[in-house]
Ligand binder design. Sequence first.
Ligand code: BTN
Length: 323
Amino acid sequence: MTTKEQLLIYLKEGRGSWVSGESLSNRLHVSRSAIWKHIGKLREEGYLIESSPKKGYLLRKAPDMLLPNEIRDGLDTEIFGRHDIVYYSEIDSTNTKAKELASMGSPEGTLVISEAQTTGRGRKGRTWFSPPRGGIYISLILRPTISPGEAPKITLLTAVVVAETLLSLTPLSVHIKWPNDILIQRKKVAGILTEMSTEMDAINYVVVGLGLNVNTPDFPDDITDKATSVLIETGEVFSRVRLIREYLKWYEKYYEIFQSEGFAPVMKRWKELSNIIGKKIMVDVIGNQFTGEVRDIDEEGVLILKDDQGNDHRVVSGDVTLM
Ligand code: BTN
């Protein structure tokens, strides 16, 4: 931990009361002028810190930013987000950055965060609306010991994790739309983009990107009918930092379950959280459309669709519309 991070912890421990410069300098083993410099850095990051020659320092307000310090403070994980959180105030795409870092050897659990994305990417070449402050745009690096063919399981697992996160911190009822959209009623609140690098029949790395509309007040005209945010649904502003901490906690939990017990428990929860089984749907597979009733999702996450003649079809990937 850096001196600045430790200083912030001491200021937070003060819980709204003054902390003397002398005690900070003694505890951190640095001069009082060094403390002053670190305070300046924290202020630049958006922390509101009062200072008084007699009383010392008082932390009034932490910024509404996704700073690594803030995420780590109170984070209940062993690995994910513990060490490597890479923060940007703006970037093209956190997935692109995470892939770059993963290919240079960044370890499992590394998290790339940005306050905004200039070219946020969605599935199938779509864009992801990524304005500053409102949403969460993060990418997690994983190095699972599974075969490339099993990678879709990571996406399904992530959808469960996102749903659990929203269910634990908000009053919303959310569900998963196959394979990985998180919906409130019929509107999308979160999307997942999984990308990977493979070699022969092993995975080098997987990057799981999450876009979660938290405090986004409104959306561009072309998606306003399809997209929603936690703010729009609840009328309340939610802490993005808390949501990220909760996401990492659930992620570590389900990832551990997947590795130690296999995919069945994750799939079981996915089915409970999805409202698709038994529903009549239309699925678009690269421009070809099929309709039918969803009979099941199999162990690999493949959708089993029963057509009007009663024949089963296996759909590995596609866009689903409920009818
Ligand atoms: C989708 O539903 O189409 C997936 C959207 C995924 C968006 C996230 S935002 C963070 C990460 N970086 C990106 O460029 N995309 C993903």
